[in-house]
Design a binder for this molecule. Structure first.
Ligand code: BJW
Length: 228
């Protein structure tokens, strides 16, 4: 990796699967028993906020119970050691990258342990359950919702992400199916900018043919081998 200075790493649910966090689109994935339009759209939240809050109560419990695996820890080591630019763009709402000692992490689909007040735009750490229309600690309005990017909403920090991809020498995608845009389109942009592109995934993804190289296997094995 001697000629490489600027790295962008995109991660998806597959990197946290071996930490016990369910992915979305597997046969036993989250979307199998939670219809996506009910729990991951603003319309679903408006229709039945209690159902959505219960879904995210469970997700938060799963996040708190999980531990970073060898793949998160390897990226943490890379972040610590890398002298050039590095950005880990995660689609995941868990905090396993941070607990795996990565510092340069951006959560494009939000964070499970964060609550967002739609009245005053403040974020709060989600302590306990905030069911039954809890009030925002800052403005006292009952307008808190999970700080999650649902379908139809704009992912966070897109400008920063596109700028980093435009400057990247290497783009690595880990554990994502390539089913959800705009993240699924990042590899195309990275190619156009001249970056080398590498995919690490359990199986071929929808976008595999876009990558210069695809390595297949569990993230806990592929990522430490890539970082060494
Ligand atoms: C392993 C492994 C192991 C397993 N080791 N690997 C038509 C065309 C283009 C776009 C659209 C379209 N129609 C609608 C859209 C837009 C829509 C979209 O993409 N829809 C698709 C269904 C087509 N996108 C949006 O609405 C987004 N917003 C948007 O587009 O705004 C407008 C915009 C315009 C211009 C610029 C920018 C924006 C918002 C998307 C929000 C996604 N939200 C969710 C839920 C919230 C988070 C949460 O609750 O946790 O985010 S959906 C869900 O999917 C979640 C994930 O982050 C996301 C991606 O899933 P991921 O991570 O890829 O998981 P899986 O399960 O799909 O795959 C896991 C992979 O891991 C598999 O490949 C396994 O093989 C692998 N794996 N174990 C290594 N051990």
């Amino acid at each position: 990796m001697s000629a490489i200075r600027n790295i962008v790493i995109l991660t998806g649910a597959g990197i946290s699967a071996e930490s016990g966090i369910r992915t979305f689109r597997a046969d036993d994935g989250l979307w199998e028993d939670h219809p996506v339009e009910q729990v991951a759209t603003p319309e679903g939240f408006a229709r039945d906020p209690g159902l959505v809050q219960r879904f995210y109560d469970q997700r938060r419990a799963d996040i708190r119970a999980a531990r970073p695996n060898a793949a998160h820890l390897a990226l943490g080591r890379l972040d610590e050691a890398w002298g050039g630019n590095l950005l880990i763009v995660t689609q995941n709402i868990d905090d396993l990258h941070e607990r795996g000692h990565a510092r340069r992490v951006l959560h494009m689909h939000g964070e499970g342990l964060s609550a967002w007040c739609t009245a005053c735009d403040m974020r709060h750490r989600w302590e306990g359950t905030l069911r039954d229309g809890p009030a925002c600690p800052a403005c006292c309005e009952k307008a808190l919702r999970p700080d999650i990017v649902w379908f139809g909403e704009m992912p966070y920090q897109m400008e920063r992400i596109y700028t980093a991809i435009a400057a990247a020498d290497l783009f690595v995608s880990i554990g994502t199916s390539g089913a959800v845009y705009p993240a699924a389109g990042f590899v195309e942009q990275a190619r156009r900018s001249g970056a080398r592109t590498l995919e690490l995934n359990l199986e071929r993804s929808l976008g595999s043919m876009m990558f210069d190289e695809t390595r297949l296997g569990p993230a806990s094995e592929l990522v430490p081998a890539f970082v060494v």
